[in-house]
Structures are given as C-alpha cells and as structure tokens.
Design a protein around this ligand. Structure first.
Ligand code: MN
Length: 136
C-alpha cells in the first residue's frame, strides 16, 4: 500500500472502499471475523489513505482499535485529537461520539474489535470537516 511518502505493510486484503456517506477520502474495509451469535464480536481491518477519515459515529458497546501501521488521528468529541501510530491500542467507550482516520501525510492501518454486536455495531453521523480534522 503505497502512499506519497510512506509505504504501509500490507497484512490483510485491502477489502472494499468505504462509502462516501460514511468516510471522507479513500478508506478500505475488510471483515476478518464475521458477526455470529456465539462470539458476538466483529473484527476487521481498515486502511485509510492519507487524509481519509471516518465520519463521526458511535458504537453501542464501544470499540477497540489496534494500529498496525502508519500514523493517524483519533478523537473523542470534546477532547483533543490524539495522534495514533503503529503499536498503539485505543479504546472508545460505548455511545461516545468519535472519529478516526489517517494523518494528512501518512496513511493508517488499523484493526477494529467491536464487542457485543447483539447491541449493534456502529451508528453513523455527519462527516468530519476539514477544520475539525486540522490539528491546532
Ligand atoms: Mn469507531
């Protein structure tokens, strides 16, 4: 996965491009553990090209992110943007508005783990504006 100045290590298949209703820029998602009634957990990989990010959203039972390559941002509403990079593990609590994505210069590869999928997986909201995305 090449970017303008950084090459990410491709671990999983790139998957499908995330729809523009839910993502700004180019983000690719592949499910790795499909939801079922035994494990009730969704696991997948997202690759964000530089500048790409999710919309604001919530997870009914929270989410864990494991960053496997690159550099990006994670922000819980009302808190400063957190810089995330390869090796970081980030928890987002249930029903807390947040977004995550790549930095402007370097892409991001992240695994997501969503528990208790019987409560739902994600509730999508509005896009993250360029102003919100820029670190002050
Ligand atoms: Mn999330």
């Amino acid at each position: 996965m090449k970017t303008s100045n950084h090459e990410l290590e491709e671990i999983f298949p790139k998957g499908q491009k995330g729809p523009s209703d839910f993502f700004t820029g180019n983000a690719f998602n592949i499910g790795l553990v499909q939801v079922d009634s035994i494990y009730t957990t969704a696991v997948g990989n997202v690759y964000f090209e530089p500048g790409a990010r999710s919309n604001w959203h919530t997870h009914p039972s929270g989410q864990i992110l494991i960053i496997t390559d690159g550099k990006g941002y994670h922000q819980i509403e009302g808190q400063p943007i957190q810089v995330i990079k390869k090796g970081d593990v980030v928890k987002c609590p249930p029903n807390v508005r947040h977004w995550h994505g790549a930095s402007p210069e370097v892409g991001l590869q992240q695994l997501y783990i969503v528990p208790n999928t019987e409560n739902g997986i994600v509730d999508w909201q509005e896009s993250v504006t360029d102003e919100q995305y820029s670190i002050k």
